[in-house]
Design a protein around this ligand. Structure first.
Ligand SMILES: [Zn+2]
Length: 306
């Protein structure tokens, strides 16, 4: 069973029934060991104040663990061994649309002498994102039947892309800004399109002039590199364990699917393709289906973690 856990494609994130079966097996096959002897610092997360849209770096320190199982807010949190002795690391987060409520991060450490329950209650606080409006061409608000068919095909394509993340972390050290251009605080903004269609802005816009080089924010594998209806020319990098970055509206794509990229490698040039009002780079960070604040991801210190 534990071998399964290293292959997320065999154990889909949102297959709740499978996860419940797994938990039931875990509880019945190994009695829980008391966690009272482990210090409070056995589980730490950064940043310590959690808001909707926060990325969170978890560090679990537990002697003798052979694996860790965890889930939080309906998503599987995948831990890997850290460099420090007895340490386990996971990069996770809270979706931009998550409610401001207490949550339970369920963490179980498996050891030779039994399971250790390291679950924690984590308060999710409200993030105060802005409300704005944006004018776009009517064709993007009411797509034609042909466009609708294309959009539906692309929904399926993206589902496939996001369902097969690498089983190991592919990122190295901290994330870097994808472009040398001023960022905006546009993440989380509730937008009205032409006064009718509301949406939440799930990425960060950089004021990049047409033709500015767009770079990989961290190392990984290119899993999508093609034009899409809304996103325009789009590049998606898989950073492993369900973590992706998306670069949209490019004028040119310089990478191909399957290409391994290092931090700073050029993915293409910024532009104004897809649903835009002008040239800019839309950069998004997705973890297990949740969209995280890219500004906070860039602030995470991941140096020396792996
Ligand atoms: Zn955007």
């Amino acid at each position: 069973m534990l071998e399964w856990m290293r292959f997320p494609s065999l154990f889909p994130t949102h297959t709740r029934s499978l996860r419940l079966i797994f938990l039931a097996l875990t509880v019945s096959s190994a009695g829980f060991v008391s966690a009272t002897t482990l210090p409070r610092e056995s589980v730490i997360w950064t940043p310590d104040v959690v808001v909707a849209g926060s990325p969170e770096l978890f560090r679990v320190t537990v002697p003798g663990a052979t694996s860790i199982d965890a889930d939080w807010l309906g998503r599987r949190v995948e831990f890997f061994r850290g460099r420090e002795p007895n340490s386990w690391i996971a990069l996770a987060g809270v979706d931009v649309e998550a409610a401001a409520l207490p949550s339970v991060c369920r963490i179980t450490a498996h050891t030779a002498s039994g399971d250790i329950d390291l679950s924690r209650t984590i308060d999710v606080h409200a993030a105060h994102y802005r409300t704005g409006s944006l004018k776009v061409a009517p064709g993007f608000v009411e797509p034609s039947p042909e466009a609708l068919a294309r959009i539906q095909e692309e929904v399926k394509l993206k589902e496939r892309v996001f369902s097969s993340s690498a089983a190991t972390p592919l990122w190295t050290a901290s994330f870097r800004p994808p472009v040398a251009a001023p960022p905006t605080d546009s993440f989380g903004t509730r937008r009205m399109f032409n006064g009718t269609l509301a949406s939440i802005h799930k990425g960060m816009d950089f004021r990049a002039a047409q033709g500015t080089p767009v770079k990989a924010g961290n190392s990984g594998v290119v899993v999508l590199a093609q034009p899409l209806y809304y996103e325009g020319n789009c590049v998606v990098i898989d950073h492993g364990l369900g973590l992706y970055t998306l670069s949209m509206h490019l004028s040119r794509i310089d990478v191909h699917v399957g290409q391994v990229v290092a931090t700073g490698d050029r993915l293409g040039l910024s532009g104004a393709t897809g649903r835009v009002t002008g040239p800019h780079l839309h950069w998004a960070v997705r973890w297990q289906g949740a969209y995280l604040d890219p500004a906070k991801v860039l602030q995470l210190n991941l140096a020396g973690i792996r």
